[in-house]
Design a protein around this ligand. Sequence first.
Ligand code: AMP
Ligand code: GLY
Length: 454
Amino acid sequence: MKVLVVGNGGREHTIAHVLLQSEQVERVFCIPGNGGTAINPRCQNFAFAATDFAAIARVVSTHGISLVVVGPEAPLAVGIVDFLRDRHIPAFGPTQAGAQIEASKSWAKDLMFEAGVPTAASATFTELAAAKAYLQQTGAPIVVKADGLAAGKGVTVAMTLEEAIAAVEAILGGQFGSAGSSLVIEEFMEGREVSVLALTDGRTVRPLIPAQDHKRIGEGDTGPNTGGMGTYAPAPLVTPELMARIETEVLQPTVAALAARGIDYRGVLYAGLMITPEGDPRVVEFNCRFGDPETQVVLPLLETPLHELLLACVEQRLGDLPPIAWKPGAAGCVVVAAQGYPGSFAKGTAISGLEAAEATGAMVFHAGTRLVRGNGNGSDRLVSDGGRVLGVTAIGADFDAAFATVYEAIAAIDYPDKAYRRDIGYQVRQQPWDHLPLPNAAASGTADNPPTST
Ligand code: AMP
Ligand code: GLY
């Protein structure tokens, strides 16, 4: 079969790579794809925007594609799956109505309260005076979120009242455009964060192995938030008992509540969870897609062919499949970013040494890269094209082995702007990071953190 992957990040390169592990998948087309999918002889990029639905439908019919997999939230939030389904094109991902679970924080909170899903107490505001008056009552720490999609930049974890008020003023003052015409003020939750991505066909829910992201740019979880600097899976924080609770207390009631609203949700339901010091799961946010860079560690551990799972979601027969099979061992991913990210950074810097990196046994998933075509004879050049440039991933017998391979591979990469965290997976590795405070403890302070960046 031929599959089309929509998106251009590390997540999409990983999806393409894992799909191609199966002999059943002969070719993967990408819109727009990146340098990694450009290099792979079994992939083909088309330089259309992920929101150019008409171009996507044309590529599907021209190339006899039997499944479209949508990576990012933006096309889902504007109805790509509705458009494709109307044209009888099988598409993996929720409809526009379902994507509201990520695209509107207030909508998602209403759904959670309705379904009895554990999450932070919250209130929604459109008026500055009312929001400020509420903050005077709650005090800090407190969390302020732009309601709509703000490319991960709309959340402020405020340690002081002044910071919270500044965030409210920025959001309602138009800093995020229409994404900030309303906002959510939310109770601060303490604990450890973990991502549980689940597949669903709207009826059955099948969680994938849990993953841990590292959102801060700096070692020891310091500095500004990013789109994610590294991941590992399966996260031992989520014991089988805790996973069972996440299924029954979070995932199943959410899918049931979506169905009760008449929403036919087929795709990934990504639960960003806070595991409280008491060991209880509470939802920080839902996303309507695979996580990035969680995908880079979760999908390579799949034993079950990915296309079988995705098709079963689209065709609403996930419940008929045997349990998802996983490879033994552990996976780690370290993001190689451009120096300066999440602030300003250079693009167009040459990258080489990827064969040497992969000779260690690691997989190099591209995120912000671009292939500049030369005039034949190996004159193509790979250059950086984003803040998060590569996601270097390895599978090992344990986390120490996986990360040893990852860091060896990174050392082999020749990219002058390369910046990365050396402590990814410190929670599960024999590294001297154990003295560091809980990533999300109130005492760790976030007062000088600029907003999140992708
Ligand atoms: P979100 O975009 O909703 O995932 O928020 C971005 C980050 O802000 C999360 O990954 C958490 O680290 C933090 N955060 C969001 N909501 C809360 C909350 N209610 N309590 C504590 N931290 C939060
Ligand atoms: N890794 C965080 C996200 O995908 O939203």
